[in-house]
Design a protein around this ligand. Structure first.
Ligand SMILES: Nc1ncnc2c1ncn2[C@@H]1O[C@H](COP(=O)(O)OP(=O)(O)OP(=O)(O)O)[C@@H](O)[C@H]1O
Ligand SMILES: [Mg+2]
Length: 487
């Protein structure tokens, strides 16, 4: 809490303090809405109540209300510019919004204000481990290339990445791991073995599937397993507004790859490359796609040790030319986790946390039917944050219990429910309502996938349809409710 970190703070009047303490109890009981209401009352009674702002910020962060959380954290910084806790909570908020660099800066700022601030220390350590997955720093031709160097729209140096993440860091996905092991890992680590069977050593693969289920993580794990270097192709770095630069940049990337084979060229969010999205710089995108195809053809003719991996959660947005059969040899579907994998994900994500012995991973898995791996990570992380904040306030240590985890299951919900509804119109059909001469007209627009694509992405389409089926939605809700409230 802000006041406990060494800086004298004006004492709040007794009535404000009383409300504030009540709010703290509600927070402990995971009643965040009610806690927020009382923190607000405390602030009304005493507008400089930085601890109340701080705890309201935490409550909002746990509810994924990041804008409100940020406002409160900013207010704390205004009231107590030298306290370590507001920058710390800003770090947490940044992390939850996937801004890892931002989070690192905030934790460092927090530790600058108080080098002994344990919570910021712990999180910074964890964050650094997480970021290690894509740490630059491999020597290329005796030179340390740490960052892609772009001058006037032209890439001068391509950054290399190495990764410490391995298959051990990926929960479930056994089928996918096997396929990758046979097709990519072996080709990089034991090329002779495959050559003896006349297999080509080089491949294009697309990983596709709903967000937050390990596509990006898996590519990092391939790099970690093989110790191969990899290049991350950032589409926004590649595509330049000046004609010519885009092609040169793409060529530079593949040139580097050829010189350094075996290596992996990773085009994450490959749907950003292409003309299918509206409002992009159409001409340049067209050229980028053409050049990319040319480079792909080059690799296809002489594939020795170059692996091109694309990842996307919206394959229907990919440029048609990139999707043509044969461009990317395999499409690997990465679905949301099933019961057993969700159970393992809870076990995995809490392995370093002090847990009560009453935590049931099976029940958590049942309560999170239809959640993504990223959702489960976030549930565990928020439960830990909540208990740490509580300890900070009360000074009492206690293990993380089932109640804390379940509270976060209820707060967070599944990010995929919303996602399935959002992509429905892309995949199946959407009804558009227009007003013509004062009358409503409804037209049904077919989804954006060609019959060929429907075949290719069948597992994903089947999954999306299943998750939109009203009976299924109902069963899922009942199961979750049962696990959360009754079991
Ligand atoms: N199979 C998994 N095992 C362990 N953790 C996972 C797994 N999948 C996802 N996660 C967690 O979720 C986070 C997001 O995963 P990742 O970035 O790989 O998702 P993605 O499939 O690439 O999503 P998007 O389509 O949004 O890019 C990871 O950082 C990790 O914490
Ligand atoms: Mg990704």
């Amino acid at each position: 809490m802000a006041s406990s970190k060494g800086k004298p703070v004006n004492t709040p009047p007794a009535d404000a303090k009383e409300v504030y303490d009540q709010a703290g109890k509600l927070f402990e009981e995971n009643k965040f809405d009610e806690a927020i209401a009382l923190y607000t009352q405390a602030i009304e009674k005493y507008p400089d109540y930085s601890s109340a702002y701080f705890n309201r910020a935490l409550s909002y962060a746990l509810q994924s209300e990041y804008e409100k959380a940020t406002n409160d954290a900013m207010k704390v910084m205004e009231l107590e510019p030298n306290a370590p806790d507001a920058p710390y909570v800003m770090g947490v908020i940044s992390e939850y919004q996937q801004d890892m660099d931002g989070a690192k800066e905030w934790y460092e700022k927090s530790l600058k204000n108080n080098p002994e601030y344990a919570q910021a220390k712990d999180r910074l350590k964890m964050l650094k481990e997480k970021m290690k997955g894509a740490q630059p720093g491999l020597k290329a031709k005796g030179e340390e290339v740490t960052q892609t160097v772009v001058e006037e729209g032209q890439i001068k140096k391509v950054a290399w990445f190495t990764s410490d993440i391995t298959f051990k860091d990926i929960v479930g996905m056994e089928k996918q791991k096997q396929l990758i092991h046979d097709n990519i890992i072996l080709a990089i680590t034991k090329p002779q073995l495959l050559q003896a069977y006349g297999k080509k050593l080089g491949l294009g693969v697309i990983f596709y599937g709903p967000p937050g289920n390990g596509k990006t993580l898996l590519v990092r794990a391939i790099a970690g397993e093989t110790k191969a270097k990899f290049i991350v192709m950032h589409i926004n770095e590649i595509v330049d507004m000046y004609a010519g630069n885009t092609e040169k940049n793409l060529h530079a990337v593949f040139e580097q790859a050829r010189k350094n084979a075996p290596c992996i060229v990773f085009a994450d969010e490959i749907d950003a490359l292409g003309t299918k999205r509206e409002g992009e710089q159409q001409g340049n995108m067209r050229m980028a796609v053409n050049q990319f195809l040319q480079e792909l053809d080059g690799v296809e003719k002489n594939p020795e040790g170059i692996f091109i991996i694309g990842a996307t959660n919206q394959p229907w947005d990919m440029d048609p030319a990139l999707k043509r059969p044969g461009r990317f040899g395999e499409s690997v579907y990465m679905p949301a986790p099933k019961y057993k994998d969700r159970r393992e994900a809870f076990r995995y994500n809490t392995r370093k946390m002090p847990l009560s012995k009453f935590v049931s991973f099976g029940r958590l898995a049942r309560a999170t039917w239809g959640f993504s791996m990223a959702d489960i990570f976030s549930i565990c992380d928020k439960a830990a944050l909540k208990v740490a904040a509580e300890e900070d306030r009360t000074g009492k240590k206690r293990p993380i219990g089932m109640k804390d985890l379940m509270a976060m299951v209820k707060e967070g919900g599944s990010s995929l429910d919303e996602w399935y509804a959002m992509v429905k119109k892309e995949v199946i059909s959407k009804t558009e309502t227009t007003i013509v001469e004062g009358k409503k007209q409804e037209t049904i627009k077919e989804g954006r996938l060609t019959p060929e694509e429907k075949q290719r992405y069948k597992p994903m389409i089947k999954d999306i349809k299943k998750n939109l089926n009203p009976v299924n939605i109902f069963v899922k809700k009942v199961m979750r409710f049962w696990a959360v409230y009754l079991f």
